[in-house]
Design a binder for this molecule. Structure first.
Ligand code: WTA
Length: 648
């Protein structure tokens, strides 16, 4: 994971052919620097505004921004209707590839009709603009249809990853007070249908506590039997499928809430990140166009994320569809029925732009190049990476093996909170370096600073610090749902004097001044590109009667980036202290949070290393988990604790 200085000299300039046809050119940086707001006003013209905006940015109520004040638009209209009106109704929007091998192509005209049906039926159910809808679905076209139907009606959606447990779903339903849940009977996982609606039922019956859900709308995907609650539960095929396929989209204010997406913070309670309409769509559209060099008439785009994460929201749904994309949507895992699946899909559809996560690239590396080598991947012309730092070795492999040694790679840094890509090379412009996110995009301003906020100085040596965003940007979060104090506290107090957004990531500037992301500096782990807080896993562990105390760290893992390692102290009356308990504890975390939060290792220990003020020293536990020599133990209450951990 560490890079040497030699990497910095290893630079990949764009080819003249790519540069000549690229959507981006170097003048974007100059124009944005000369007039940032004017630049964003220009980008907003990519969209259709029912009512033009009168002010680009109002930051007087910082840290809550108003972008494109006075403007009105309909986000779904921008993603669908206008393409049909412009004569592109027959263009395929989605090539759906189901895990069992079923396929379905949806044109823009068809997608618009489906979204209109859903919008008409949701209106009939009594849902009105501002209501919240939870979407708990696998990667099938109806998930995208449901999202766009909400956007069309001004309903605020909260997509919950279909791998999350009933407990996690319930927490999110309650926090947003959702009136409706949209789900499926089940989901395909490696050839077997796994129940999903079951989880909704479980979520809604927890402790008999009251909830706000009036209806559960169910798409039949796998055909498995599902429990049914009369009057509350509704089949999609009995309702939406019969609704009218025409619907007139109404405009909403630029700042109308578009969605809430929960993400892990440093405490156990997930944060409902709130995004609004006009600024969010402007920046997702602009970045999808320039960073992926997307050409609507010729490209076949594939982002491998799940719609349960921000990457799915911004780079499967909103950015791409607003740009009239033709894209692949794949339901399943990369190794079902075998490790060839992704490469077969690239070959079958002639994918030109491919966007994935470093963890998958490292998995491909492990499987070996003989797998991609048996496929014709020559359609690919650009590769993207997101979710965690990409190590130079994986970067080179990606370019050489998947990209035939020629495709540009865009390493895109951003967050659920930023809504859209912030730091990335521009293809056709930037000479890239393996492992570096390079520079903030035109219109975006970032700095690497020390504790006090002084910009770190690079020069003959590289310099490390914290990443901050020192200017507001259109797709920035507008708050944490229901907790604006936490919003201010989490992102805006660290550099309150300067008024900067603290990203929670460490970064370095190399000797050329190019930016490298080093990873989280807080108690958030990054497992295969998924954010999981140590506190969340700890509270799932202590919920077990045998556990008195738990401390969790993210230890470096060759495939997943980080792996979860837990240290637990047992209660006095714990009877089982062996492997069976460890297995049970791992299962407990899986069911309480999600299988992605399942600890890789659990160590039962007699004590935990604590500072005199009682804080668990995670840094030291990380040393233990990674088998390193212990760092500074001078602030420990009891330095001998490690001898007992070793014995444990
Ligand atoms: C990390 C995902 C290095 C980072 C879009 C960030 C990255 C967190 C990169 C956000 C990248 C994302 N290089 N690190 N290109 N992209 N990260 O909210 O730590 O799921 O803060 O958003 O992922 O994760 P989130």
């Amino acid at each position: 994971m560490t890079e040497t200085n030699a990497d910095h000299n290893d630079s990949y300039p764009p080819t003249t052919e790519f540069a000549a046809a690229a959507n981006a050119d170097v003048s974007l940086y100059e124009r944005a620097a000369a007039d940032r707001e004017g630049f964003w006003a220009e980008q907003a013209q990519r969209l259709h505004w029912h009512q033009p905006f009168t002010q680009v940015l109002d930051w007087t109520d910082a840290p809550v921004a108003t972008w494109f004040g006075g403007g009105q638009l309909n986000v779904a209209y921008n993603c669908l209707d206008r393409h049909v009106i412009d004569g592109h109704g027959d263009q395929v929007a989605i090539h759906f590839e189901g895990e069992p091998g079923d396929t379905r192509a949806l044109t823009y005209a068809e997608l618009l009709a489906e979204v209109s049906r859903a919008a008409n039926y949701l209106t009939q159910l009594g849902l009105v603009a501002g209501d919240r809808v939870a979407i708990y679905m696998p990667m099938i076209p109806e998930a995208i249809i449901a999202i766009l139907a909400c956007a069309r009606l001004g309903l605020t959606h909260s997509v919950v990853f279909a791998g999350f447990s009933p407990t996690a779903l319930r927490q999110r339903i309650d926090d947003a007070q959702a009136r409706l849940v949209i789900t499926t009977d089940g989901q395909w996982r490696r050839g077997t249908p796994a129940p999903l609606k079951d989880a909704v039922d479980q979520a809604l019956t927890t402790d008999d506590a009251p909830h706000t859900v009036e209806h559960v709308l169910v798409v039949r995907r796998t055909g498995i039997e599902v429990p049914w609650t009369e009057n509350r539960d509704l089949w999609w095929h009995d309702t939406i499928a019969h609704a009218s396929p025409t619907h007139q989209a109404q405009p909403f204010d630029a700042e109308h809430p578009l969605f809430i997406l929960y993400t892990s913070g440093t405490t156990g309670k997930p944060k409902g990140i709130l995004h609004t309409s006009g600024g969010y769509l402007t920046q997702t559209s602009y970045t999808h166009h320039t960073v992926f060099d997307h050409k609507p008439d010729t490209d076949i785009y594939w982002c491998t994320a799940d719609i349960g994460w921000i990457t799915g929201h911004s780079y499967i749904v909103y950015g791409p569809l607003s740009n009239r994309v033709t894209q692949v949507v794949y339901e399943g895992t990369p190794n079902f029925p075998d490790e060839h699946r992704h490469f077969q899909i690239i070959e079958k559809y002639g994918v030109t732009l491919y966007y994935t996560a470093p963890t998958l690239i490292r998995t491909f590396m492990k499987w070996g190049r003989q797998i991609p080598d048996t496929h014709d991947l020559t359609s690919l012309r650009l590769l993207g990476s997101v979710g965690e730092p990409i190590n130079p070795e994986a970067w080179r492999w990606y370019r050489d093996v998947i990209g035939a040694g020629t495709t540009p790679i865009v390493d895109t840094w951003w967050q659920t909170e930023t809504g859209a890509i912030m730091i990335s090379p521009l293809p056709g412009v930037t000479a890239t370096k393996p492992g570096a996110a390079m520079t903030p995009l035109p219109g975006i301003s970032a700095q690497v600073v020390d504790e006090e906020g002084t910009p770190v100085r690079h020069g003959e040596t590289e310099a490390n610090g914290y990443l901050v965003l020192d200017q507001p940007w259109p797709s920035m979060l507008r708050g944490i749902w229901g907790d604006m104090d936490r919003y201010r506290e989490t992102y805006w107090t660290r550099y309150a004097d300067q008024g900067w957004y603290f990203a929670g990531d460490g970064a370095k500037l190399d000797t050329d001044g190019d930016l490298w992301i080093l990873g989280r500096v807080d108690d958030v782990m990054n497992i295969s590109g998924h954010r999981i807080s140590t506190a969340e896993v700890e509270s799932a562990l202590v919920a077990h009667p045998a556990v008195a105390e738990a401390a969790v760290v993210g230890a470096t893992d060759p495939t997943t980036g980080q792996g979860i390692v837990a240290f637990v102290i047992l209660t006095a009356d714990a009877t089982d202290t062996g492997q069976a308990l460890i297995t049970e504890l791992k299962a407990q975390v899986s069911t309480q949070i999600s299988p992605i939060a399942r600890p890789r290792d659990i160590h039962i220990v007699p004590e935990l290393p604590k500072t005199r003020s009682g804080k668990i020293m995670r840094r030291l536990l990380r040393d233990v988990a990674e088998g390193r020599q212990l760092g500074d133990t001078s602030t420990l209450v009891d330095p001998t604790v490690f001898e007992s951990i070793a014995r444990g």
